[in-house]
Every structure is written in structure tokens, then in C-alpha cells.
Write a protein that binds this ligand. Structure first.
Ligand SMILES: *Cc1c(COP(=O)(O)O)cnc(C)c1O
Length: 227
């Protein structure tokens, strides 16, 4: 798995470079390794090379990988669409959920989170481009959803997440990320303080880091094309 080890080193360098460009320190940006549809061997290789945070989109696949890494120090992030009938296993096995867009899902996760594990970290997914049929809370509904989530005992609202429409121009890529940062600032002004902006993937992480991403979610550049 020399590929994964090398890719990881390159990505860490690129993230540090982008952070410096944005006058941010390298440790201000966490790399979330998106391992969906990638074999467990590549995950082991990344863990051996010091990677700690992994993201999965599909519940069953994620659970299988969590089971195979129980003896290792891994932080698991759920970043896929979460159906209500899957909240219990997610609450019992993951450390973060990035894709909350309804209060009902957040309530179930809070009720189902085992207290022994401590609170579950959550981000609210924002439909930042207001796209029809796309997951994510609409911008106008964010303040109310955020306020309700803060009151749930077994969750910690860490921040906001987005998955914008594809753009190729750098200046265009920055716009939805800038918007997400502004939404977090608005929440802060309203008394809801968060520390996480989960934004940017292989194709647009640089724009996201310039706009303040604290977690970039990178799959392809690290593990190669998915099966
Ligand atoms: C697949 C996925 C990623 C990673 O995408 P790459 O382009 O492979 O880096 C990031 N975030 C989410 C929500 C994803 O589903």
C-alpha cells in the first residue's frame, strides 16, 4: 500500500501549503479520510501512516470497517445520508455525524446515544446552493434547527457541513464555502458557538481552506478511484 502512504504524505503537504496561503496554521485543518467503497487494506495502510479520522457514507459498510479496526485508535465520521431506521447503530458506533438536516434525526440520535460513549459530535448539513432535491437544511431554517439541536443532551453541535454543486473555477468554488462560514458567524452572533466547518473534497479543498474549512473530506486523492 505504498500508494496510500505516499498520497497521504502529499495531501498533508498540500493541506499545509493551502493553510499557509490562508495564513492559518497546518493544525487548523483536519484531514478526514473518506474511505467509502475502499478496501480495508487501504484503511490499515492509512492508519499505519498516522491517519486517525475516517469517513463512511453507508451504514453497513461503515459498521464492518469499524468492527475490523476495534483495536486501533480511529475516529469514525458518518458523512452519508442517514435514514431514521439506521440512527441507532450510527449512534452506537460512530463518533461524528456530519449530515443532520432534520430535527427528528437529531432527536433520535440523542435518545439512542449510549451515555457511556459520551456525546455524539454533529454537524448540520446545509443545502448551500438551494438545489432542488438535495440533502441539507435550507438556509432560512438553520437558526431554528441549530437552536433545537443545542438543547439535545447527548449531542454536541460542532458546526456546519456542505456539499456544494460542482464548480470548476476557483473563485466560484469559494462562494458556497464563504457562505457556510458566514452562516456559522451568524449563529455565533445569535449565541450558538461552533468550531467546525466541514467543507472541501478532492476537487475543491483549496478553496475550502481559504474560506476557513476546519475539516476537509478527501477520498479519491488519498485512496484512488472507488470500486
Ligand atoms: C465521497 C465523499 C467525499 C470525498 O470525495 P472525493 O471527491 O473522493 O474526495 C467527501 N464528502 C462526502 C460527503 C462524500 O460523499
Amino acid at each position: 500500500m505504498i500508494g496510500v502512504t505516499e498520497n497521504l504524505r502529499n495531501i498533508r503537504d498540500l493541506l499545509a501549503f493551502s493553510a499557509a496561503e490562508a495564513e492559518r496554521t497546518p493544525d487548523a485543518v483536519k484531514l478526514l479520510a473518506v474511505s467509502k467503497k475502499q478496501p480495508i487494506e487501504k484503511i490499515f495502510a492509512a492508519i499505519d501512516a498516522g491517519q486517525q479520522d475516517f469517513g463512511e457514507n453507508f451504514v453497513q459498510e461503515g459498521l464492518a470497517k469499524i468492527d475490523q479496526t476495534r483495536d486501533k485508535d480511529v475516529v469514525w465520521h458518518f458523512i452519508g445520508h442517514l435514514q431514521n431506521n439506521k440512527t441507532r447503530v450510527v449512534a452506537e458506533n460512530f463518533d461524528w455525524v456530519h449530515t443532520i438536516d432534520r430535527l427528528k434525526t437529531a432527536r433520535r440520535l440523542s435518545q439512542q446515544r449510549p451515555e457511556s460513549l459520551g456525546p455524539l459530535n454533529i454537524c448540520l448539513q446545509i443545502n448551500v446552493d438551494d438545489e432542488d432535491g438535495k440533502s441539507g437544511v435550507v438556509i432560512d431554517a438553520l437558526p431554528e434547527l441549530a437552536a433545537a439541536c443545542v438543547d439535545l443532551p447527548n449531542l454536541v453541535l460542532r458546526g456546519l457541513m456542505c456539499l456544494p454543486a460542482v464548480r470548476t473555477e476557483f473563485s466560484e468554488q469559494r462562494k458556497p464555502f464563504s457562505k457556510l462560514r458566514e452562516l456559522a458567524q451568524n449563529l455565533r452572533a445569535g449565541g450558538i458557538d461552533t468550531d467546525t466547518l466541514s467543507m472541501g473534497m478532492t476537487a475543491d479543498y483549496r478553496a475550502a481552506i481559504i474560506e476557513g474549512a476546519t475539516i476537509v473530506r478527501i477520498g479519491t486523492a488519498l485512496f484512488g478511484q472507488r470500486d
